[in-house]
Design a protein around this ligand. Structure first.
Ligand code: ADP
Ligand code: ZN
Ligand code: ZN
Length: 797
């Protein structure tokens, strides 16, 4: 038997499966979708079996055998294997990347470099002996100190470098102790009088014959150590076994089961439309303003799907995967739900994935990668906030979860719901054309009015002498809410204020030595860090340029606002939520919980608080600067601004108390701001579509972004130049190619970056040409140290 295997090798010019012999002893076990260890060149690499066959075009005598099966049960089923092949075509990625992204991180290949003795310890420079000790190899981290010596031995051939695949122990096991149920047996065991621990444990056992208990529990309860337990087990007092278990990410809140709400008329209409199509591959665009009850519809359609014995995937952007959201799902579906979010450890994620694979749960709620949940009998896929750019993966495979959802919907013949208050222009355009079925919720579920949104012209504030970051109106409103004991949310667009270190005498801003970007100042550690390459250093006492001691720090935007806020309302209790305060696991949840419990008056934060926040006592929302997203060099700038303002405003007045929103801006007349004020989506859509048509961007044109990097500026410019020339030859005349040009941040981690942009309407040869680019890259430029990244549908350029 022969296995077709996609191997984890990026350097090969051709991306196709390789044929390997399946050794006889593995024949009965090997199945497509399993991970294997195989020899490749002089290394061992990980691979996925994609097919098993009887004949090969290759000479079986020269074919290499599979070394080892790494799974007992396939980690990928037929559907996911097919989807990987499709992803390879669609996103122009390597198939191995598509396969690896589908399995939990704990199952992906990790290699470690080792230096292995080729001719025994005695043949090696004696200074290396202590490093090898009595092992035949050392790992590369251990070898760092003595690398010079190792290099010499490599030349002599007494040591060879080797790569080993790290076997991860993803399954968690606990040790169970089963105390014998025979009291006679226990009575008959002989214990020496001075073995106090053993006597203590024996007393416990005699009181609890037949008990099965986790060893860690037993140690605690009986107050004995593990060796004591072992020694009594050896004497026959108990049996030991290892039992697989799940790590249990505990929720902070106790969960009470809740029933479905009675749907409003509008909700019912939308629900019925979906319910009618539960067995067909339709895509619905559920366009409902914030608070219109979309989530309730999701919950009830999922309920319906479960009743039919099928499964459902619910995708949410990572940022809105709040404890509140999770709670709503657990309240309805109890332990039928697996929740996959970035706060879980690799092991915890693996456990959730296995519950899905084994059919122990029926609903998966999670961010982007939950689209790979290995359900066998899908009945529904939902993308909430379908416009969110986090559904697109930034690096290879650059897939969009929306495309995969629709692919899986077709495969299982089940519906897909795309939900949003502010649909992406692409999706709305498709709904207009009838490709998606549009469902609309125009009112809030409990008929609460939309919050009153006021746009504040910050130019006017300046003119009247107010230089603070709070307009007079917003400041008054904050004081007013404080007096009424109602809550306020203040939203700061992170990019609006930078945090850097500057010399006041010569104006030098401290830069990363490896990148063309200034270092970010971290107040808590007094360090300056580069967010692109990870470089960090202490804040200098004197300027490296002019030796002045007048160094000035600018704190992060939110810290700055916090200081001004303390001057404005010193008595207010303020909670800050940004990257700095949410670094620890569970911090996000803690901050939200304490705000929900009324332990603070004001919540101040970045994008993080724009979504999901659903507390009845919030009656005021302030957007400190609406302009920062608007002026990003990105064709989606207006769309993003509109979406953000709508989202943020939606946080106010969600319960009985009415909400008010102040949006501060220096360009208050921009249509993205004026139309977001009253959530007038359609006029916004029309105006933005006209802009996109005029400038030739999606959804009128498709866009491909290609990025090149190299250590040497001339080399990368040459590579980009040659590529663009090639593209001009190959692609049709109507297609526009912009560039090549240096990227916005022209150097990152000492690598220069170039890019070019392809804009096209119809380009039948595109996939083929892109595949050709990859071939050229793999056989030529890769060896010269360049990188190539092709993004077929970038969310921003
Ligand atoms: P969305 O997802 O569109 O923002 P939600 O489903 O979160 O809307 O609903 C907003 C609020 O209205 C929530 O507090 C929810 O409990 C409530 N709600 C939704 N549907 C109903 C209903 N049919 N009856 C009563 N309350 C509802
Ligand atoms: Zn200086
Ligand atoms: Zn850097």
């Amino acid at each position: 038997m022969i296995a077709e295997i996609i191997v984890d090798v990026a350097a090969h010019p051709i991306d196709r499966p390789f044929d390997y012999l399946i050794p006889e002893k593995l024949e009965a076990l090997a199945e497509p979708g399993m991970r294997v260890k195989v020899p490749f060149g002089n290394r061992k690499v990980l691979g996925f079996i994609t097919n098993i066959k009887e004949k090969s075009d290759f000479d079986p005598g020269r074919m290499k055998p599979v070394h080892e099966l790494m799974d007992v049960v396939p980690v990928l089923n037929t559907e996911l294997l097919k989807m990987a092949a499709w992803m390879k075509e669609q996103t122009v990625c390597f198939e191995i990347d598509a396969l690896q992204v589908m399995v939990p991180a704990a199952l992906r290949a990790k290699y470690e470099k080792r230096f292995v003795l080729a001719s025994g310890l005695e043949a090696v420079d004696s200074r290396l002996h202590p490093y090898f000790g009595n092992k035949p190899f050392i790992r590369s981290q251990d070898a760092e100190d003595v690398f010079g010596l190792i290099k010499k031995e490599l030349d002599k051939g007494t040591i060879i470098a080797d790569t080993n695949i790290q076997q991860q122990t993803a399954v968690k096991k606990v040790r169970m102790i089963h105390i014998t149920d025979s009291v006679e047996k226990l009575e008959s065991i002989d214990i020496r009088g001075n073995a106090k621990q053993q006597l203590k444990l024996m007393d416990f056992m005699k009181e609890n014959p037949g008990l099965s208990i986790e060893s860690s529990e037993l140690q605690k309860i009986a107050g004995v150590t593990l060796p004591t337990i072992y020694s009594l087990a050896e004497k026959g007092a108990a049996d030991l076994s290892n039992v697989e278990t799940y790590r249990d990410p505990k929720m902070l809140t106790e969960i009470e089961k809740k029933d479905n709400l009675v749907l409003t008329e509008a909700q019912q209409k939308a629900f019925d439309a979906i319910d009618k199509s539960l067995n067909s591959p339709r895509t619905f665009l559920l366009h409902g303003i914030t608070g219109s009850g979309k989530t309730e519809i999701y919950l009830q359609t999922i309920d319906q799907v479960l009743k039919e014995g099928k499964e459902a995937i619910m995708l949410v952007p990572e940022i809105s995967l709040t404890p509140q959201m999770t709670l709503r799902f657990k309240e309805r579906f109890g332990d039928m739900v697996a929740v996959l979010h970035s706060g879980l450890s690799a092991g915890e994620k693996y456990d959730e994935w296995r519950k899905i694979q084994r059919g122990e749960v029926k609903v998966a709620v999670g961010a982007r990668s939950a689209i790979f949940a290995p359900f066998e009998n899908l009945g529904l896929i939902i993308l909430d906030e379908e416009h969110e750019s986090s559904y697109k993966q930034d690096d290879s495979p650059r897939y969009h979860a929306r495309d995969l959802a629709i692919w899986r919907g077709e495969y299982h013949s089940c519906p897909v719901i795309l939900g949003s208050a502010t649909p992406s222009l692409e999706s709305y355009a498709r709904a207009q054309k009838g490709v998606y079925e549009l469902l609309v919720l125009e009112k809030r579920a409990r008929n609460q009015p939309l919050p009153a949104v006021h746009i504040v012209d910050m130019r006017e504030e300046l003119r009247t002498g107010n230089r603070s970051m709070f307009s007079v109106q917003l400041a008054d409103a904050i004081r007013d809410r404080l007096a009424k004991k109602e809550q306020t949310v203040l939203f700061l667009n992170k990019r609006g204020y930078s945090s850097f270190v500057l010399c006041r005498d010569c104006g030098t801003v401290m830069q990363c030595p490896n990148c063309d970007i200034s270092l970010t100042y971290h107040r808590s550690s007094e360090m300056m860090k580069c967010h692109y390459c990870g470089y960090d250093e202490r804040v200098p006492h004197t300027c490296p340029e002019c030796e002045s001691e007048h160094i000035r720090f600018f704190g992060t935007g939110t810290q700055k606002v916090e200081e001004e806020l303390a001057k404005l309302v010193p008595e207010a209790r303020v909670l800050r939520m940004d990257v700095d305060t949410t670094r620890n696991k569970g911090a996000h949840e803690k901050i939200l919980n304490s705000f929900g419990e009324g332990k603070a008056d004001i919540l101040l934060g970045t994008q993080m608080i724009a979504k999901g926040l659903d507390f009845p006592n919030i009656t005021l929302v302030g957007v400190l600067s609406a302009d920062t997203t608007l002026h990003l060099p990105d064709f989606r700038a207006a769309e993003k601004t509109y979406q953000l303002l709508t989202q943020v405003s939606g946080r106010a007045g969600r319960d009985v108390l009415p909400g008010t929103v102040f949006v501060q801006s220096y360009t208050p007349e921009h249509y993205a701001i004026t139309l977001a004020k009253d959530q007038l989506y359609e006029p916004f859509y029309d105006q933005e579509m006209a802009m996109r048509r005029a400038s030739g961007y999606p959804p009128y044109y498709y866009v491909v972004n290609i990025q090149f990097t190299h250590e040497d500026l001339m080399t990368v410019a040459e590579y980009a130049g040659q590529t663009v020339e090639y593209l001009r030859e190959q692609l049709s005349d109507q297609t526009v190619i912009i560039g090549p040009s240096a990227s916005l941040i022209a150097r990152v981690n000492n690598r220069y970056r170039y890019q070019c942009l392809i804009k096209y309407k119809k380009e039948p040869k595109l996939t083929e040409v892109m595949q050709q680019l990859i071939k050229i890259y793999r056989s030529d430029w890769l060896k010269k140290g360049a990188t190539l990244a092709i993004d077929m549908n970038p969310t921003s350029v």
